[in-house]
Design a protein around this ligand. Sequence first.
Ligand code: GDP
Ligand code: MG
Length: 232
Amino acid sequence: MDRKEITIALAGNPNSGKTTVFNNLTGARQQVGNWPGVTVERKEGRHNYLGYNIRVVDLPGVYSLTAYAPDEVIARNFIVDQKPDAVVDIIDASNLERNLYLTVQIMEMGVPLIIALNMMDMAEAKSHKIDIKALAQETGAPVVPMVASRNQGTEELLREIIKLTDTDSSNPFRMYYGQEIENEITKLEEIISKNHPSNKYPPRWLAIKLLEEDEEILKKFQEADDCLTKRS
Ligand SMILES: Nc1nc2c(ncn2[C@@H]2O[C@H](COP(=O)(O)OP(=O)(O)O)[C@@H](O)[C@H]2O)c(=O)[nH]1
Ligand SMILES: [Mg+2]
């Protein structure tokens, strides 16, 4: 039987349980190497589920997706360049607020996202009550509670992965930055869409990165000798 191949990327803060989830998903079917040009470990594995051959890529553990750390650049370049069918963001439920910082950054890239709410046992031990429905509503992403160290939630995660890639929906989430900044984002977005219609990066994400003076993105525009980086 021909299986449909899909690629998912595992993202998350260090110690959120990424490797544990990766192992639960891929078992012994793993390949370990390095990301090109750097000594950061790259792990990839596979899992056959229903009619799907799911390729699972473990991204470096990061707290954000800026241009300042090689790990973060690897993670975000994989997401924009390889366009995985879904990004699974693994969150430590017992440190929800800190972990959601990365979640928002992934959401801003407009990729299909699933939130794996891991370490539910730790959250319960700390008596944290998490409104899973509200989290799903606010983020527009399916939320799967998990205890990866006990292999709990793996099946549910697989189901959500298939469901999401079948419906082929990018995350419509928009972080609202206040009217003044939104006006500037809109202006930049229009210029970007007009001058770089084929750019693989989402225009809104590029506009936000330009306003943040993200070094990597500024460099890309400078190399293109672009009007966007010329100061008046
Ligand atoms: N209590 C608890 N521990 C977990 C859970 N998932 C992973 N761990 C443990 O947390 C530690 C870090 O997990 P690891 O998968 O290496 O995290 P990574 O840095 O994100 O790859 C390990 O000791 C895991 O056994 C969980 O759901 N509950
Ligand atoms: Mg790890």
